[in-house]
Ligand binder design. Structure first.
Ligand code: ARG
Length: 446
């Protein structure tokens, strides 16, 4: 039996097959569930335009549901010799149901099948990234509140600059995540449109009802122009990768801070022991390997949009097999970012801060601006106050007042964490996951 959907009279050379299939069998496992769901929607639509009978629809739907559950239970494999998930599912239907299995591909192509699979996969993955992100966000806010009155040095140029606080430090990364959540929402919306029915990239002579498949799959709308829909391959992944890279950039900076503040020369924070590793030679070492690996993993993720850019950059419109290679770089990124977020959340939750760090004399000059502001508030012109404090420092006569009184929004004494939480929740409520959950449940008769 020919296992290639397209094999006719000439047999495929084995080496060529190995080369062209590449990692696709492995990669397509990420998409398998969604391929089954996409097919369920497609055949319902085919029945509605009389390209399948009601009985055929029922039999095919039932078998696709079986396959869906086999995929969920880890019982589904893409066999050697079968090119991809699309071929495997069609093959199973044909093996199990006979000729009606061969009817499902009317009015579509693997090009729009893989497009719709990717959109469905991405949508679910973004949702689970957000679930993880929200836990991290809440932990950062909790730590910010817990340590809001503990001061630490703030730096510019890595020179001791002005008083900061652990409340500010933790809270800053919480607020950074609100930016990342906004950008991710734009990516989510670009992604949440239905390319199914664009077929090979130029539509079909079958009277498809693309609005119907959009509703069945819980999309916001049809991705209308069929050429545009096909051009979304690679573009969507790049946009989503950029949004994920934004999260990675935030976490990477946090990881660097944590490594640095944990070193003996700073001693601002203490990482939980079980998250540090020892040295094979230096018995005293407790290395922050978890955060170092986090930093590297995050930096690697930030290269992903560029990889996708390079793969797609010189392609004109229309489908090319080049696009397949994006899957290898792109599909694993969601598991990677989720494991990073989860690990960082566990670390952040257990970080202990040094509550007395500013007693150390080496940080005393960070209170110089406080002193200038105090004199200015008493009526001395700012420039004169600045000069007086500068001369006092040079003469070794500066004694800092170590209590700070910052009251404006977003400052040490007024973190506005409640506002930041509202901001996050408002952005979160702009995501609609319910529509697609309901749509999937309906397709699965749940
Ligand atoms: N594995 C292919 C991909 O990811 C599926 C589409 C195949 N289409 C084709 N015209 N060869 O792009």
């Amino acid at each position: 039996m020919a296992l290639k959907l397209w094999e006719k009279s000439v047999q495929v050379n084995h080496d060529v097959e190995t080369y062209t299939v590449g990692l696709d069998r492995e990669m397509d496992m990420y998409l398998a569930k969604y391929d089954a769901l996409g097919s369920m929607a497609h055949i319902s639509m085919l029945q509605s335009i009389n390209l399948l009978s009601k009985d055929e629809l029922e039999i095919l739907t039932k078998e696709l549901q079986n396959i869906y559950h086999e995929i969920e239970d880890g019982k589904f494999v893409i066999e050697d010799g079968v090119e991809d998930v699309h071929s495997q599912i069609e093959l199973l239907l044909t093996q199990r149901l006979g000729d009606i299995g061969k009817k499902i591909h009317t009015g579509r192509s693997r090009n729009d099948q893989v497009l719709v699979d990717l959109r469905l996969f991405i949508r679910s993955e973004i949702e689970s990234v957000i679930d993880a992100l929200t836990i991290l966000f809440n932990t950062l806010i909790a730590q910010s509140e817990r340590y809001k009155s503990i001061l630490m040095p703030g730096y510019t140029h890595l020179q001791v600059a002005m008083p900061s606080s652990f409340g500010l430090w933790f809270g800053a990364y919480a607020e950074a995540l609100t930016d990342d959540l906004t950008v991710l929402q734009a990516a989510y919306k670009v992604n949440n449109r239905n390319p199914l029915g664009s077929a090979a990239g130029y539509g079909s002579s079958a009277p498809l009802n693309r609005t119907m498949t959009s509703q069945l799959l819980g999309f916001d709308s049809v991705d209308y122009n069929v050429v545009h829909a096909q051009m979304g391959r690679g573009k969507t992944e790049r946009i989503v990768a950029n949004a994920i890279a934004g999260i990675a950039a935030t976490i990477s900076k946090l990881a660097f801070d944590a490594c640095m503040f944990n070193s003996q020369n700073f001693g601002f924070i203490k990482l939980p022991d079980e998250f540090t590793t020892g040295s094979s030679i230096m018995p005293h070492k407790k290395n922050p390997d978890v955060f170092e690996l986090t930093r590297a993993k995050c930096n690697k993720i930030q290269s992903l949009p560029y990889q996708i850019t390079m793969i797609t950059n010189n392609l004109p419109s229309g489908y090319f097999r080049d696009l397949q290679i994006i899957k290898e770089a792109f599909l694993p990124v969601f598991d990677e970012i989720k494991s990073i977020i989860n690990m960082v959340e566990r670390m952040i939750a257990q970080i202990k801060v040094n509550e007395n760090i500013i007693d150390d004399d080496r940080y005393k000059f960070m209170f110089s601006v406080e002193e200038v502001n105090r004199l200015a508030a008493e009526g001395m012109p700012f420039r004169d106050a600045y000069k007086k404090v500068g001369l006092d420092i040079e003469a070794g006569q500066f004694t800092p007042h170590k209590e700070v009184n910052h009251t404006h929004e977003g400052s040490i004494g007024n973190l506005c964490n409640d506002k930041i939480v509202n901001l996050y929740n408002n952005i979160l409520s702009g995501y609609d996951f319910d529509t697609y959950h309901k749509a999937f449940n309906k397709l699965l008769n749940k």
